[in-house]
Design a protein around this ligand. Structure first.
Ligand SMILES: Cc1cc2nc3c(=O)[nH]c(=O)nc-3n(C[C@H](O)[C@H](O)[C@H](O)COP(=O)(O)O)c2cc1C
Length: 198
């Protein structure tokens, strides 16, 4: 468990969760990830290590509730694409199981950045498709999606996660292009961190 620093939430009379005033003033970033134990987990740890000047709470979604998103003004979500069948089956995709809870939240004004793992060689027609599930939800709920990425330098045929020639987050391919992961994260963070609230 790595969420022991998660601040408490309060709720208003209508049951809406309110961000804790202290944490709202903090520079903390909520780095939510799943699944655990594979490439997503490895990349999430690497992202945390590379963010030097802010507090980063790294949270495995199995250990938290969707409402814990509301503890953070700045959020990074790390996920992988596991295909439509898995996404449509809550038991095989932890993020899919988390989504109904996220649907109930308002994310107004929160800066949210996505990182999506995929495999561009085995799934060239669905490269990091899963990012689009998050992007749609965030925009629907009033969140501000930051960290869109140029498609240059990626090899793929099709992706549902491209809008206006930009990936809706940072695609990473640990299966085939692991040697590019560090540079991709660093470049992305250099653009994303200044866009986050301090
Ligand atoms: C059953 C299955 C389906 C997958 N489907 C896709 C896909 O549609 N698009 C894609 O880009 N990657 C796909 N991948 C690749 C994974 O996203 C990639 O291997 C990722 O790094 C896995 O992260 P993890 O080790 O944390 O689970 C799939 C992998 C598996 C096992």
């Amino acid at each position: 468990m790595e969420n022991n620093e998660c601040p408490q939430l309060t709720a208003d009379l209508e049951g809406n969760y309110l961000i804790d005033k202290e944490s709202a003033g903090e520079k903390a970033i909520g780095l939510f990830y799943a699944p655990s134990g594979g490439s997503v987990h490895k990349v999430a740890k690497r992202i945390k290590q590379k963010i030097k000047d802010r507090k980063v709470d790294m949270l495995y979604i199995r250990d938290v509730k969707p409402e814990d998103f509301l503890n953070y003004r700045n959020i990074i979500l790390v996920s992988s694409t596991s295909g439509k069948d898995a996404w449509n089956n809550d038991e095989t995709d932890e993020w899919a199981a988390f989504m109904p809870g996220l649907q109930k939240l308002r994310l107004d004004g929160r800066r949210i950045a996505l990182v999506g793992l995929g495999n561009s060689v085995l799934y060239p027609n669905n490269f990091v498709d899963g990012l689009s599930n998050f992007a749609d939800l965030i925009e629907e709920k009033g969140g501000i999606l930051i960290g869109k990425t140029e498609t240059d330098g990626y090899t793929y045929t099709l992706s549902r996660s491209i809008q206006d020639n930009l990936f809706m987050g940072l695609p990473l391919d640990e299966d085939n292009e692991a040697n590019q992961t560090d540079a991709r994260i660093e470049k992305w963070l250099s653009l994303v961190l200044p866009e986050m609230e301090s």
